[in-house]
Design a protein around this ligand. Structure first.
Ligand code: FAD
Length: 395
């Protein structure tokens, strides 16, 4: 039997759940469908199972997009405070970790449950394990041929997310649908993702796996982040590296300040005067993980001797290395471990006020499928909530 609804939302992730509830509250009949068994799988695993659901500092500055202005309207109309209010209404306890990042005290499940409750209150029908086989558009809306039968709808919202974590069911479906309707899709690549190293560096740093240190890391375009860097068995990770990966292109170096809180030349001069008999390794070992200092010496990047034996030129060279330790990544771990997908449906194709496709009435794109990607720290969920909420007011 043919099903007829006002709105079909494809994708019961963060953006789709928010949008479906909002459209339902407007009195629209809404069908939320997903090819997975359950909703919100990425929410469930996010933030180490505690979901970093937004950030106090969320704002357009924290997003990458071909058009940096595009996200402004949605972020202003449904803010982090609006989502915090929703979380409060559902009695979810949370805390601020660092840098404005809000995490659930207990479990990410509570965020999914809150959104499912909203959908229930709004009268949204949900259908899982449903494949959309074909979509066509007529004068009065869309016809969807699905693995569970045909569905007609006036508005179609695409909330199928990005390509990261294919194990969790990520598909390029949203991009394909955009192309089917003649919308431009910008090239995609993995973001918020660890770096792999060339074999020589990989071997050299393998025994540092687990060592973490605070750094400032800078990309070739000048973007920089001050957070922790972590050595892994495969290369480099940690928040600083995930952040900068979104600004990195193959073949480029990243530049790492290993002592970001110090005026390094002045500090080295001070150490040389205060501890002339101590070796560089000993002095630096008070500021940096000892295993890392040993490694820099082992690799010949630092020459170890008593501080009094360095001349001015040598001290300046040490300062330069510590201030700008260059790394040439081999690549990234790709979509397998990436938190997000950069690129996607070109924002020039969409109205920033409604998220509707400019050239296809009734077709909306929200969340990660759109070329708007946040920094690490709850920004990507905020984009999902904001873009989903906005589309929910119009679809
Ligand atoms: P998704 O949440 O990915 O939802 C897309 C939905 O569409 C899924 O349910 C999927 O099953 C469905 N779907 C896909 N293809 C089809 C199809 N062909 N037919 C039907 N349904 C389909 N962001 C943060 O802000 N904070 C965090 O703490 C955080 N942690 C993360 C941790 C990990 C490991 C990962 C991978 C990501 C994390 N992110 C985090 C990013 C965040 O999860 C995403 O940006 C966000 O989920 C995007 O929301 P979305 O609704 O656009 O897509």
């Amino acid at each position: 039997m043919m099903m007829q609804v006002d709105v079909v939302v494809i994708g019961a992730g963060a953006a789709g759940l928010m949008c479906a509830a909002q459209a339902g509250y407007r009195g629209r009949s809404v069908l939320l469908l997903d090819n997975a068994k359950k909703p919100g799988r990425k929410i469930l695993i996010s933030g180490g199972g505690r979901c970093n659901f937004t950030n106090h500092q969320a704002g357009p500055h924290a997003f990458l997009s071909g058009n940096p202005h595009f996200c402004k309207s949605a972020l202003a109309r449904y803010t982090q405070q609006d989502f915090i209010d929703l979380v409060d209404r559902h009695g979810v306890n949370y805390h601020e970790k660092t840098l404005g990042q809000l995490f659930c005290d207990e479990s990410a499940k509570e965020i999914v449950e809150a959104l499912l409750t909203e959908c229930e209150w709004a009268g949204v029908t949900q259908q899982y394990q449903t494949e959309v086989l074909a979509v066509s558009k007529g004068d009065d809306g869309f016809l969807l041929d699905t693995s569970k039968g045909e569905i007609r709808c006036h508005s179609l919202v695409v909330a199928t997310g990005g390509l990261s974590m294919p194990k969790l069911g990520a598909t390029p479906y949203g991009f394909k649908l955009a192309e089917q309707f003649g919308l431009q899709v910008l090239p995609t690549r993995a973001g918020l993702v660890p770096f792999t190293l060339h074999q020589a560096e990989k071997d050299a740093f393998a025994d540092l796996a687990g060592v973490s240190l605070p750094v400032v890391v800078t990309a070739e375009d000048g973007t920089s982040f001050k957070e922790a860097m972590l050595f892994t068995h495969r290369g480099l990770s940690g928040p600083a590296i995930l952040q900068i990966s979104s600004f990195w292109l193959p073949g480029q170096k990243i530049h790492i300040n290993l002592l970001p809180d110090l005026d390094i030349p002045a500090a080295i001069k001070g150490w040389a005067e205060a501890h002339p008999a101590q070796e560089l390794k000993t002095v630096l070992g008070r500021e940096l993980p000892k295993r890392f200092v040993d490694k820099l010496v082992e690799l010949g990047q630092l020459v170890n001797k008593p501080m009094r034996q360095y001349n001015e030129r040598e001290l300046a060279a040490i300062a330069n290395l510590l201030r700008d330790w260059p790394i040439l990544p081999n690549g990234t771990e790709g979509y397998r471990t990436a938190e997000v997908t950069l690129g996607g449906v070109d924002t020039n194709e969409l109205s920033s006020k409604t998220m509707e496709a400019r050239k296809v009435t009734g077709l909306y794109f929200i969340g990660e499928v759109v070329d708007v990607t946040g920094w690490l720290g709850g920004y990507n969920f905020q984009w999902a909530w904001s873009s989903g909420w906005v589309a929910g007011q119009y679809c």
